[in-house]
Structure formats: C-alpha cells, structure tokens
Ligand binder design. Structure first.
Ligand code: GLV
Ligand code: MN
Ligand code: MN
Length: 406
C-alpha cells in the first residue's frame, strides 16, 4: 500500500495552506488540480470517467454484465480550512487501491464497480454540506441550487461553469436503481475505535445535521460615548446565542445531540466601536430526528427571546435540516462477515459526522466502513490514520465489493 500513501501525501500538497495542513475549497485551483490528479490515476487503471454538471466524478470499472445496477463506492476530496489529509480522501484513493487490489487477484466483477468523487462534501464555500450527493439524491432542487451564493456573492451556477463544469444541473440526480449498493470508506473522526483497540467500524446510522444562519442587527456606536443602558449590541446577542447552542445541546435527552457555532462574525470589528451586526452559522445534529428537531425549535425560541430582550432585529435561515440515515442491515452483516474472514476486529456503530452516504442512503442500500483516527482527531492538520489501519480499511472495502457482487 506504499503507493496509496504516496498518493495521499501528494494529494495533500494540492492545498492553499501550508503542508501538512490541508485547505481545499470547492472549484479553487487546488480542488481542480486534485481532481485532475485523481482522474489521471483512474485512467491509468482503465476506468471509464464521467463528470456530471456539478463536478461529481464517476470512474467505472465495467462489469461482465454492465446492464446490472453498479456497486458504488467513494467519498470526497475537498477539505475545510486548515484540516488534515485523510478526511474523505481515504474513501476516494483507498477505493482506487481496493480496485487495484481486486484487479491484482484477477477478480472479474459481474456488476460494474463505480468509484465516485463527490463534489463538496464540506460546507465551506456554499454553507451547505454534501452539495454533490445532495443533488444526486434529489434533496437539493435546481431552484434552491440556483440561489446558492458564496461569501463573495458568487452564484454556484456561475462558478461551476467557470470551473469547467457545464450542462443541465437537472442531470445530476440519480434514479433509485442506479446503484445496487453503496459503501463509503472513511476515517472515524472520533475516538471510539482507537479506545477500544478495534480495526474497523461498521456504520449502522448516520447523524442528521441542520445548519442555521443567523443575522443580527443592532446599533453601532462609540464604545466610550454610548452608555450601557441604551446599547443594542449585536455582538453580545450573538454571544448569548452561542452559549444557548451549547446549553440546548447539553440538556437534550440524547447523548448524540451536538451543537456548534462554527462561525461568529461581528461588524464593524473595531475595538472602540459597538458591534452593530453579528452573523452566526450554527450546526445542530443528532442520530435521532426527534431530539434534533426539539433542539432546533428550542434554539429558535431562545434566539427570539434574546433578541427581544436586547432590542436586536434578527433573521434565521435554515440552510438544511436533513433526516438521519439508517444503514442497510444486510450490508452491515456482509461487512461483518468480511472483517471476520480477514481476522479484523470490528464493531457496529453510529456515525456522528455526516457523509455523502447520508444522501446515498436515501436512494440505495448504503453503509460505511470506518477506520480508527489517532486520538479521535479530525478537521485538524494532525488528523492521522496509520498505513496499517488504512490498509485494513482498503482490504475490507475490496472484499466487501467482491462479496456484494457475488
Ligand atoms: C463533515 O465533514 C461533517 O461536518 O460531519
Ligand atoms: Mn469533513
Ligand atoms: Mn469526510
């Protein structure tokens, strides 16, 4: 698997931040060059490459019966600012290695095996996660997609065309019979496998994210001259909301509820000026939709109360509010069988991070294969899974694809 590690290392250099951190944002030069690198490796393996109008890239190993629904696998290669080199990439380049392995043992698939590089699993540019897979599943309709704008005010539709992805966005959606099954290999991004000394996690459910944008408008003014009783400080209202997010997530009845305010900006950002505006992006998730939705409605209520108390005008935009995925139990059993045959230890577990599989699961029998993450760290430059751990993931994926085909 030396080659896979060299590939992952080379991929990490397509980044706008300094190695070993990785920053690879949708349709930037780095993203486009990394995609090109991936495509060249697919072509070396004689896979048939097809790119859809949003940039989802399919690489197909044609089976003996190409009319049968294919078996899908894959993940993403975009990376949030200052993150690591394994999130998503292991499921793309690892799948390539799995195909190489199956070819090396002279396996000839009956169904086609198709590797997908999903466009923008990360919400960095358009504030919505799983852009490519969301469109594939029909959960993001054309009308909504055409409204998506990045921070600079560029429309998704313009930047994708500029990046070279043309064609009718309606064609991104897949039919329910497109894949026979979908399997995503991914790093765990949490500490459970490492803590329990296990090789492989088999995912039974995937947490459901909701993302909110909150805009607060108060009143700016001189930090010395405007006395405390008459202030309408949008920054403090934002800070109170941030605390509320944490409190609501902690007091939920579900251990799986998490709440994060990942973006909190204030304006005008001057030390001697009262913040007149604040902007927050909040991520609330759970594997259980009832507790997640309860947390969401509690938060909306608290935002209203905080803003009323502080005389702040506000707007809340719910960017997405996705249902959790239940993975296919037969596929889970198949992977368990494969790990047993390989002598790998495994456990069935929930995914608290979201993945493109969340959307694939809406269309196809789907599950995921997790490998351990060192210290449970992810979305950081020190994210790490060892070559041995990755190799076990790749072998598990390869033999699972073979088993499903059989
Ligand atoms: C995906 O990266 C997530 O935020 O779960
Ligand atoms: Mn990620
Ligand atoms: Mn990921």
């Amino acid at each position: 698997m030396q080659r896979l590690h060299e590939e992952l290392d080379k991929l990490a250099r397509f980044s706008s931040s300094e190695y070993p951190s990785v920053t690879r944002v949708l349709y930037t030069q780095n993203d486009l060059e990394a995609r090109q690198y991936f495509i060249s490796l697919c072509e070396d393996l004689n896979l048939k490459v097809r790119i859809d109008p949003i940039g989802n890239t399919y690489a197909r190993w044609e089976g003996a019966e190409p009319k049968l629904a294919a078996i899908g696998t894959g993940s993403h290669i975009d990376a949030i600012p200052l993150s690591g080199q394994y999130d998503g990439t292991v499921g793309v380049f690892g799948a390539l290695e799995a195909i190489r392995y199956l070819k090396s043992i002279n396996f000839k698939p009956k169904r086609s095996i198709e590797l997908v590089l999903f466009t923008a699993e990360e919400p960095t540019r358009f504030a919505i996660g799983c852009l490519g897979s969301r469109m594939m599943s029909g959960q993001l309709k054309l009308e909504q997609a055409l409204k998506l704008k990045d921070k600079e005010g560029n429309f998704l539709n313009d930047v994708r065309i500029e990046a070279g992805f043309k064609g009718d966005l309606n064609e991104v959606e897949l039919s329910k019979d497109y894949y026979h099954a979908f399997i995503e290999l991914h790093i765990e991004q949490g500490p459970r496998l490492e803590k329990e000394g296990l090789d492989i996690g088999i995912v039974s459910k995937i947490a459901a994210p909701s993302t909110l944008r909150v805009n607060l408008i108060g009143e700016g003014g001189h930090a010395g001259a405007v006395l405390m009783p008459i202030r309408k400080d949008a920054g403090i209202a934002g800070a109170e909301i941030m605390i509320a997010v944490e409190r609501i997530a902690k007091k939920s009845n579900s251990d799986d509820t998490v709440g994060t305010t990942g973006i909190f900006d204030i304006l005008p950002r001057a030390v001697n000026s009262i913040p007149k505006e604040a902007y927050l992006e909040i991520d609330l998730r759970d594997t259980n939709i009832e507790t997640r939705d309860k947390a969401l409605s509690d938060l909306k209520q608290e935002i209203a109360e905080i803003c009323e108390k502080r005389n702040i005008k506000y707007s809340i935009e719910i960017l997405n509010c996705d249902p959790p995925a239940i993975c296919d139990s037969q596929l889970v059993n198949t992977i368990e069988k494969v790990t047993n045959s390989l002598g790998y230890s495994s456990k069935i577990m929930a995914s608290h991070a979201y993945h493109d599989s969340l959307f694939m699961a809406q269309l196809f029998p789907t599950t995921m294969i997790f490998i351990p993450s060192k210290d449970g760290v992810s979305h950081r430059p020190d994210e790490y899974s060892s070559p041995e751990q990755i190799e076990k993931g790749v072998k598990t994926l390869a033999l699972t694809l073979k088993e499903i085909d059989g």
